[in-house]
Design a protein around this ligand. Structure first.
Ligand code: ADP
Ligand code: MG
Length: 463
């Protein structure tokens, strides 16, 4: 029996006494000891999952077994029997020799404090800066993110807290930073976790009695991204452990990136000592994107999906879906699906249909009242000003424009329109229509305003 085999047998005898029979059979019997050299014990496990399971559930017992049977400083390396990537690629359980020779040493797993291991970042490779459209709404967090990617840890933005409403790109941006750090330096240890996952890990580590190992594990991270920290609310133990990890990382100059659906000061049921730390670095909001940014994002998704949409459809979608980019993506996917199923082109009618499944479009019927509201909103005036007697030029223009749109988009008579604007007669309406036409001929800026309002009418109502 070789050294490694003999020592490993001792380890197994020790482990057998520590874990239940089934676990022993499942997780330890299949392990082979391969080599023991320079205080490194190499063991072979069937696959990556196996290794991860061991790491997660049997860290302490392995650590004790190895240090008793070999030496206190022995580190452990895993060898994975089948290279999972290759197996997935060939999609068959091949027994080709090539799968067994020169086994790759995946994630040389190491008992904390002994040897460095590469952490799987858990990042989505599609969430990168190249696919993240920048606009006024996300300028600050995105600029800070790019700085961080250059110099993680050593910048003024530690932690960076990105906050904003759902579907505005917090997860995308925070992961883009992580991906950029790795693109600059693949040796950096980047880890993305949701607060949900983190909480579950805490619960598990308490159950398995290895909280210290858990905290130690996080000390290996250079860039820690924790998503949706509002879910820390009311979780005292998770907050305590996170506080611990946060302090150690921050002190060691490691980068921390957090996202939240609200500003740190508005976090509910989170300890104040944590909140005060969240405010140490930069807190940056992602706001709702403006129309141009929304269109830009939609165009980018269209390119990715390789689909073309008429301009009016693009505008219709982005005009109506203002506050959630995930919904814009949803509409696009739905449109593609519907048009494939019904073999119909994607046109405005289909877009109206699909968009209405995502949001309730309030005033879908066009009426004089609705036009007044739209114009008043555009000029930031109270609606009742439109029917007042005032001769103030800005109000007169807004009133004339409303009449013009009412004439063109509704079937109301001149008399009815006049009645709706403070009881004016039909000749006043006629005069207003002409005034608008004349002004459009001479004032290009005014013409633009009319066009913009017409577009809004088209986008807002079933015309
Ligand atoms: P949040 O985490 O804030 O709820 P996500 O990051 O999950 O939002 O974003 C929702 C979807 O919208 C994702 O598919 C994301 O790629 C996309 N998205 C958000 N913001 C942008 C942006 N600025 N450019 C491109 N895509 C974006
Ligand atoms: Mg998110």
């Amino acid at each position: 029996m070789t050294d490694s085999n003999k020592g490993w047998q001792e380890c197994l005898n020790f482990i057998k006494k520590q874990v239940d029979v089934q676990s022993y059979k499942t997780w330890f019997e299949p392990i082979r000891a391969i080599d023991y050299q320079d205080e490194v014990l190499t063991i072979q496990v069937p696959n990556k999952f196996f290794y991860e399971w061991l790491e997660e559930h049997y860290l302490l017992v392995l650590k004790r077994a190895v240090s008793q049977s070999f030496s206190a400083n022995t580190s452990l390396e895993y060898q994975i029997l089948i290279d999972e990537n290759r197996r997935n690629n060939t999609n068959s359980k091949t027994t080709e020799k090539s799968d067994y020779e020169a086994p790759t040493i995946h994630n040389p797993f190491v008992i904390p404090g002994i040897k460095k291991m590469k952490i799987d970042s858990q990042l989505n490779p599609n969430y990168i800066f190249e696919t993240f459209v920048e606009g006024e709404c996300n300028k600050l967090p995105s600029a800070a993110g790019k700085e961080i990617a250059k110099k993680p840890g050593s910048n003024a933005f530690n932690p960076l807290v990105i906050y904003g409403d759902v579907g505005l790109g917090k997860t995308h941006l925070s992961q883009a930073i992580g991906n950029a750090v790795l693109a600059n330096n693949e040796n950096k240890q980047v880890l993305y976790v949701t607060t949900e996952q983190f909480t579950n890990q805490v619960i598990q580590s308490i159950k398995n009695n290895n909280v210290t190992d858990f905290i130690n594990f996080y000390q290996m991270v250079d860039v820690l991204i924790v998503d949706d920290i509002q879910f820390l609310a009311n979780r005292a133990k998770t907050q305590e452990i996170f506080f611990n990890i946060f302090n150690q990382l921050h002190q060691a100059g490691k980068q921390i990136i957090l996202t939240s659906d609200r500003a740190p000061k508005d976090l509910k049921d989170v300890e104040s000592r944590l909140i005060s730390r969240f405010k140490w670095g930069l807190t940056a909001e992602i706001e709702s994107p403006d129309l141009d940014t929304r269109i830009h994002i939609l165009e980018q998704k269209m390119e990715k999906e390789n689909v073309k949409l008429p301009d009016e459809v693009k505008e219709y979608i982005c005009y109506n879906l203002k506050s959630n980019i995930r919904e814009i993506e949803g509409v696009l996917i739905s449109l593609m699906a519907q048009s494939t199923l019904t073999k119909k082109n994607i046109d405005l009618a289909l877009a109206r249909d699909v968009v209405s499944q995502f949001i309730s479009i309030n005033s879908s019927e066009i009426s004089i009242e609705n036009i007044k509201k739209l114009v008043a909103d555009h000029f930031k005036l109270p609606v009742d000003k439109l029917q007042s007697k005032t001769r103030k030029r800005s109000i007169v223009i807004a009133r004339q424009l409303s009449m013009y749109l009412a004439k063109n988009y509704t079937s109301n008579s001149l008399k009815a329109i006049g009645n709706n604007f403070g009881g004016r007669d039909h000749s006043t309406v006629l005069y207003s229509l002409q005034a608008v036409k004349d002004l459009m001929d001479t004032d290009l800026l005014f013409k633009d305003t009319v066009n913009e309002l017409e577009k809004k009418v088209n986008m807002t109502f079933n015309t």
